[in-house]
Write a new protein. Structure first.
Length: 278
């Protein structure tokens, strides 16, 4: 409040309170199977969506889909202050650049060589590491601040190791669960596609149950087996094993070593990297 005078009488003038603007970020994780989008206001994830990946999708199509999703959530495109993108689909790079520039009036941060991560990359050639893997590692270490094995269950199943000092050590890449199921369907004439659900027992008594057992329990064993080898090689005090990706909740429920599941880990990593690359 301030004081003003009118004909010698002091009047109290009420000024509207100052409002602190929390920037809004659109984070876009482009994988081989899905595109995951999320909107942050500050550190709060307001909304998120999952689209199918189409390598031929145009900038206009990205704009129509994204603006529609934002509108459903009551968010105007004018409220988006910045965009951060992690993509492992090179054919979409130009369309994404055009989409973000035209729709939001400014270029996006694309995670890649030259991005300040705050994490030493101890890969033989750091440029070979997928953007999603670095983003996951940054987000996981920022959250847990300990040695980590991060399992991302997507199109590929990736394993990424981070030291207690916050160094990216490397990892492993295996075929994803859906990729393996599709390979069986295409190369074994008598095996059908099955729903990915937990079977009642490991010893299946029909073809569908046998496939479900091999896929789900087999991948849980794959995750545990590789994680154990990595933990032994890391020489760190008991690294935490965490999982992300669309299939993480299903597989983690059957794993002996996965302690935490965060399906939004990549989006959170994009938010952090945007803060580190203003």
């Amino acid at each position: 409040m301030g004081a003003a005078t009118h004909t010698g009488i002091a009047l109290l003038v009420r000024r509207p309170p100052l409002r602190y603007h929390r920037p809004m970020l659109l984070a876009v994780d482009v994988g081989n199977t899905n595109v995951v989008l999320g909107v942050f206001r500050g550190k709060e994830l307001l909304a998120h969506w999952r689209l199918s990946t189409s390598p031929s999708r145009t900038a206009d199509e990205f704009a129509i889909l994204t603006l529609g999703l934002l509108g459903q959530a009551g968010i105007s495109s004018r409220e988006i202050d910045a965009t951060a993108v992690a993509s492992v689909v090179p054919p979409l790079q130009f369309a994404l650049q055009e989409f973000t520039r035209r729709t939001f009036g400014k270029p996006a941060l694309f995670v890649g060589p030259g991005t300040r991560t705050g994490m030493p990359i101890l890969y033989d050639n750091p440029r070979e590491v997928g953007a999603d893997r670095i983003v996951d590692a940054v987000a996981a270490y920022d959250r847990w601040r300990t040695a980590l094995v991060i399992v991302d269950l997507g199109t590929a199943t990736t394993f990424d190791c981070v030291s207690a000092a916050g160094e990216y050590l490397g990892g492993a890449i295996a075929p994803g669960l859906h990729v393996s199921m599709d390979a069986l369907f295409h190369h074994a004439a008598k095996l059908p596609r099955v729903e990915l659900v937990r079977p009642d027992r490991a010893i299946g008594r029909n073809t569908i149950a046998s496939l479900q057992s091999g896929l789900l329990y087999g991948y849980a064993a794959l995750c545990d087996g590789l994680a154990r080898r990595m933990i032994a090689e890391m020489g760190e005090p008991r690294p935490k094993v965490v999982a992300t990706g669309g299939l993480a909740p299903l597989v983690a429920a059957e794993s002996e070593l996965i302690e935490e599941v965060d399906e939004m880990l990549t989006l959170e990593g994009l938010r952090i990297l945007h803060e580190r690359n203003p």
